[in-house]
Design a protein around this ligand. Structure first.
Ligand SMILES: [Zn+2]
Length: 55
């Protein structure tokens, strides 16, 4: 039986065990990841812009 990677609670459904998170933690994890990816893109865009301006 698996436990949630985020809160270490036992996972009840096969789906949760498969993803490694409980439903609530999965949602939070996805949101955090989405936010992280969004920020990554933004930082990359800024870096690229600054690089262009420096030339
Ligand atoms: Zn959890």
């Amino acid at each position: 039986m698996g436990t949630c990677k985020r809160c270490n609670r036992p996972l009840k459904t096969p789906r949760s065990i498969e993803v490694g998170y409980g439903p609530v933690c999965k949602k939070k994890h996805d949101e955090a990841e989405e936010e992280f990816l969004k920020r990554q893109v933004t930082i990359d865009d800024v870096m690229e812009y600054e690089e262009r301006m420096a030339r």
